[in-house]
Design a protein around this ligand. Structure first.
Ligand SMILES: [Zn+2]
Length: 264
């Protein structure tokens, strides 16, 4: 089979094993069926930005330079929720967009993604966000009314735990045994006093299993723009990484907008 087009973030579906759908141009390819098979991805030299412009290189966060400096989707509060200001009626780039995005329920969660981490997400992104990060388990620590509050809690927690996923360990399946309920009980003390009432009494632990036949023992991240192509036997998918038996791992999300040709 042969598909061509711009790549988008894979769609995920939480089931016994996470289902992954690769969006390439106008097509969806169910990737779980390709595990154990040879596939070949080749870069075609073009990138379509979110604005629809086709460019030869992106600037940052997968945006063209103009979008990166003007779009609310690339504003400071996207990567740093504590900088959100819509609750103060203050505009960063587009107050209407920022109000819609920031003034909605958010979660501060603890996840086991090859190590304990804290994170923030919009409530509607549960459990998508956890699958996006390759977490094997997650628990909600606090439920807030807006993005700013969640960001402020996360900043306090970050003094005691990571907010990053160690991707090299994650793609090699180097998981740790972590009791998230115990970690949550412990983490409550670090939630600032003014937000303590937002601590969630939902102690559900969401467990997530990825479609991985075997984890590579070494991992080398592939940048299609640099190397042009990747081919080999797909042995698994976790977070947004395609794992190849050779140890090559390709983060589909960081290739968003890249025009590619997929053959299998
Ligand atoms: Zn753009």
């Amino acid at each position: 089979m042969r598909y061509t087009g711009a790549l988008s973030k894979m769609k995920t579906n939480l089931a016994d094993t996470v289902g992954y759908y690769l969006e390439i141009g106008d097509d969806f390819v169910f990737m779980n069926e390709l595990i154990g098979k040879e596939l070949h991805l080749r870069y075609q030299g073009q990138i379509t930005c979110h604005c629809g412009d086709t460019v030869s290189a992106v600037f940052r966060m997968n945006f063209c330079k103009n979008c990166f400096f003007t779009k609310p989707e690339a504003g400071d509060s996207i990567l740093r929720p504590e900088l959100s200001q819509a609750h103060l009626d203050k505009e960063d780039r587009d107050l209407a967009w920022e109000k819609k995005y920031q003034l909605q329920p958010h979660l501060v969660y603890l996840a086991n993604s090859a190590g304990l981490k804290v994170g923030v997400t919009r409530e509607q992104q549960r459990p998508t966000r956890w699958m996006d990060q390759g977490a094997t388990a997650a628990i909600v620590l606090a439920q807030t009314e807006n993005r700013y509050q969640a960001g402020a809690i996360e900043v306090a927690l970050k003094e005691h735990m990571s907010d990053k996923t160690p991707w090299q360990r994650m793609v090699k399946g180097e998981d740790q045994d972590i009791d998230l309920l115990t970690e949550k009980e412990n983490a409550m003390q670090w939630v600032p006093e003014e937000f303590k009432s937002m601590i969630s009494d939902d102690n559900t632990i969401t467990n997530i299993t990825y479609p991985v036949q075997e984890y590579p023992t070494k991992a080398k991240s592939v940048n299609l723009e640099k190397v042009g192509e990747v081919q080999g036997k797909l042995v698994g998918i976790r977070a947004h990484y395609l794992l190849f038996s050779s140890g090559a791992v390709m983060n589909v999300r960081s290739h968003e907008g890249r025009h590619v040709e997929l053959n299998f």
